[in-house]
Design a protein around this ligand. Structure first.
Ligand code: N1C
Length: 305
């Protein structure tokens, strides 16, 4: 006889007019009900620690995976001479530098292990610095394969364009927000990182070094930029005889500053005091060529080609 859920099956006590299936179903229903009511109550009493809210963008989604992936891309594909580097350890050291820490008390010391693990030497005369000319400087080193910006080095390559921070009350990253360097604090994990790696990049430079500057903006040479505040002060005069500056102007853009501007003279004086020779050239042709690739019709590009 088909079980209609009401007629007791053979061998079952007649007390409950429920089939075995119905009882299991009821049991599951009660369990789900209990879990659904208990969990929210527990969470209300013991809420997960909420991250503090900051004014800067939060950690880039999938930050650990991106860092690890970039490390492998760099060491296995782009620069296989570095294939012996331990990307797992490098990525761990990166996380350890800022996780479970107050994101406004970051210190260069936190990145020492990462710096040690990513130590990389490049030939003398191949360092390229930049300020407010991020894209152009990297287009330049992309075609001049033997030249290196910091982002052409492993540590800079891993972190380029990413955001990250943690929180002292949690072992997770804060994906919601991170301290903004001006509105919250300068000693945040990202600013401290760029200062630390930029300092090392400058300290390790040797031979004639170059800097790509943006002559179309008001702060062509900015004493408060990473280049003006950190890098020029950490070049070793014994190792770096000359800094060559290329002051580039946007195609068809304004010429706010050129090599003869007082701002550039400022840079010259700082370097002279540090016993480093300074040379400067406006619209350096090899870089101007790159600008003209995408603006070939502009009249200022006629004389370049
Ligand atoms: O402050 P900047 O430029 O003068 O910094 C550029 C200078 C370069 O020579 C690099 O060696 O300092 C180094 N550097 C980076 O490589 C870098 N990559 C990404 C400094 N900052 C870097 N960033 C991010 O860009 C970082 O978040 C920092 O705050 C900006 C600085 O860019 P900028 O003002 O144009």
């Amino acid at each position: 006889m088909p079980n209609d859920g009401f007629s007791p099956e053979e061998g079952e006590k007649p007390c409950c007019n429920l089939s075995k299936k119905a009882k299991v179903g009821l049991g599951i229903f009660i369990c789900v009900l209990v879990v659904a009511t208990v969990i929210p109550v527990v969470l209300k009493w013991y809420p997960a620690p909420k991250h503090k809210e900051w004014n800067g963008p939060g950690t880039t989604p999938h930050f650990p995976e991106i860092v690890l992936g970039r490390c492998y891309t760099y060491t296995q594909v782009l620069r296989p001479e570095l294939r012996h580097m331990d990307c797992q350890e490098i990525a761990k050291a990166f996380m350890r530098a800022f996780l479970s820490k107050d994101p406004c008390s970051s210190a260069e010391q936190d990145y020492q292990q990462l710096l040690r693990l990513t130590n990389q030497t490049i030939p003398c005369g191949t360092s390229v610095f930049w300020s407010k000319s991020n894209e152009l400087a990297h287009q330049y080193t992309k075609v001049q394969w033997a030249m290196f910006t910091l982002e052409d080095m492993l540590v800079g390559y891993m972190a380029d364009n990413l955001d990250w921070c943690g929180d002292h009350s949690s072992s997770d990253m804060n994906y919601e927000s991170c301290p903004h360097w001006r509105k919250d604090c300068t000693t945040n994990p990202k600013s401290v990182f760029w200062d630390a790696v930029s300092r090392r990049f400058a300290e390790n430079a040797c031979g004639v070094v170059q800097v790509v500057l943006n002559g179309s903006i008001s702060n062509t040479f900015d004493r408060n930029s990473t280049f003006g505040r950190v890098e020029i002060h950490n070049l070793y005069p014994g190792k770096v005889p000359t800094l060559q500056a290329w002051v580039m102007h946007d195609v068809g853009g304004v010429h706010r500053h050129s090599c003869s501007s007082p701002d550039i003279n400022d840079l010259k004086l700082i370097l002279r005091n540090r016993n480093i020779r300074f040379t400067c050239q406006d619209d350096y042709r090899p870089i101007k060529f790159l600008q003209c690739v995408t603006n070939s019709e502009h009249s200022s590009c006629n004389s370049v080609m």
